[in-house]
Each structure stands twice: as structure tokens, then as C-alpha cells.
Write a protein that binds this ligand. Sequence first.
Ligand code: MLT
Length: 404
Amino acid sequence: MFKANQNYLRLQGSYLFSTIAKKVAAYTEANPNANIIRLGIGDVTQPLAPAIIDELHKAVDEMGKKETFHGYAPDLGYEFLRNAIADEYKGRGCEISTDEIFVSDGAKSDSGNIQEIFSEDAKVAVCDPVYPVYVDSNVMAGRSGEWIPSEQRYSNFIYMPCTESNNFTPEFPKENPDIIYLCYPNNPTGMTISKAQLQEWVDYANRIGAVILYDAAYEAYITEKDVPHSIYECEGARTCAIEIRSFSKNAGFTGVRLGFTVVPKDLRDADGVSLHDLWARRHGTKYNGAPYIIQKAGAVVFTPEGQKEIREQVSYYQKNARVIYDGLKDAGYTVYGGVNAPYIWLKTPDNMTSWEFFDHLLEDVHVVGTPGSGFGPSGEHFFRLTAFGTYEKTVEAIDRIKAM
Ligand code: MLT
């Protein structure tokens, strides 16, 4: 008799955002008149920018003509998009070439899949709290060890607490990891890392022979000067870092799907094996490329017109972040994040657990957020709100919470 992948049996419950969706659906069914405001999952609400829509239309028309039709996309992505991305890196002073960029259908897939190119016994370090995909994908791959219920953690992972006491920036772990996941601006805390601090992580990774998997999905939300947009702004990152980027949060592509991963050619394991070659091999075998239409639309993001329009959209969400941050602060909450990120991380009142606060908000004011404990044990007694709602609903949600 066949046997299922036993690693999957170690996963805890369902994916965090699926659990929340199910809870909200059950509540809505029981209370059909409840006017629910969703500030849970970081999904965008504003329509695609006009320049992007124009390009989509043009690309669709091209697909309808024999002369301009496109079949399979090149494995690693179309040059027109990869060149535009490489130019953006150049503009930031980062030395990344076109053939080190791998276009994909989004940062979630890449951040879940990238662990495949590492050995099965690689020691994984994650921030705590953390975007659940990094943890779950490594559980699926058999790197987790056992789940320890009393500690709400897996035995083989290194958890790096990000708490108020370290301003939500992790310290180097006591045990040396092989793979280190970092996400800045951070999901879920909305906090950032300074360039000097990130440089220390790069130096550390090079010193101990680890790889940093750097998720920069929220870089468009950076407002402060000292906060790096890319890990490649740090010296030495080419020998220790892979960077993952998204079009979801800067250009509203959550329903369109586009992202990319940078794997520098200088990145080699202890035996000199090139991670770039392995990721290219994986891409070639398991992926047939993001659609032409979508890559055309993605390239608009790097044009002056596209930049202007998507900056306006990012500003819209940044304004929401301000509304949430200031409103909650006025109401006496302890609040973090929101300045360089679309997430606001608040401390639950009266020492409520994160899920108690979730139920309280849902039942009493019909506002949905994300319980901090869903991101890891150090997220307990915290709660995440997203700035990706509409302005009107965001204002209303905060008014409701203030009146609670
Ligand atoms: C989140 O809410 O954390 C994000 O939307 C999840 C994602 O980008 O996949």
C-alpha cells in the first residue's frame, strides 16, 4: 500500500490564512448581516495602474496574431523584463546581471520552493514571528524534526526571536545555521533592519558559510533613508545571499502573479556547487515560465509612467498604514511597524492571547486581522493589521476599534 509523504503529517493545522478565511466564513454564515472589514491577509484592493492595464491589452492583442503570438516563455523569463530588473539593481548600486534573475509566478512560490536546492539535513534558522511559508515548506521537505506542543516549535529549526526587547531584529543564533531566512521590511511585524545591521548579517553568513534567503517583497514601502531596499546593497552579499522579490505589493499583482528571484553566480556551496546552476535546473524542469502577457505588464513597472502610477498606489496604502498606526496609538495601544511597511503590529490589550483578540475583534466590531501567534511563538499577544484595505474601510475599522 502506498504511503503519503510523512513530513506533511508534521504540519500544524492548515495554512494560517486558510484557517482565518474558514473562521470568517463560518462567522459570516451565522451572522449574514455583519458588515465585516477584512484587514487580515495582505491582499491589495486597488485596481491595476492604467499603464499596466494598457500593456495587458496590447499583449493580449499580440497573442491573437500569428506574427506576434508567443508560446512557452523562456525558462528564466523574457530578457525585456530581466533587463529592466537588472537596471533597477544597477540604479541602486547593486551588481546583478540579467542572467542572475529568474522570473516566476510570485514570491510565495519562490520562497516555498527555494529550499529544494539545499541538502535535506540543512539547518534552517527563521525569525520568530515569521511568514509561515518558510517554516511549512521546510517541514514538507523533512527538515523540521518533531513538533514540540508545549513550546509551539519544531525541534530542528533555529528560532530567532524578534521581540520588543531587540526592536524586532534577530540576534545571531547560538548554533550555526546553514540557511537563514530574513524578510525586510518584515512580514509580520512591519519593522525594518538598517543597512549596517544587514551588513553584519552578510558578514556573519560569509563567516560561517551560510546562505541568507532574503525576502524583499515589501521594499517599495520603505520611507526612511537608512533602510536597504536590497541585500545586494551590502558588501559581500553576492557570495551568501539569494533575494526574492514580488510584484504583488508594489504593483498590485496578487491576482496577476509575478515575482523573481536573484541567485548570484558567485554563490557556491562547500564543494563549489553553484546554486545558480541548481536553481536554473529546477526552473527548467518544473516551470514553464510566467505568461508573456504578465511579463509585459510587469516590465511597465520599471518605466517612468509605470513608476509614477505605482508610487501613487503605494502612497495610498502608506496613508492607510498611518491611519491604523496613529489611530491605534491614540486609542492607547502599543503599536509597531507601519512606517516602512504595510503591516502594523500591535500588542493585544489586557494580555489577551492573539486568537482571543481575533475573536473579540471579529465578534464585537466585525474587523478581521491576523493573530500574531499564527506567525510563531514570539507572536503571541500580538496582532497584525494590514494597510491594503480601502481607505474608507480602514478609517471605519479603526473608528470601530477605538469605540470598542
Ligand atoms: C500576508 O498576508 O502575509 C501575505 O499576503 C501573504 C503572501 O504574500 O503570500
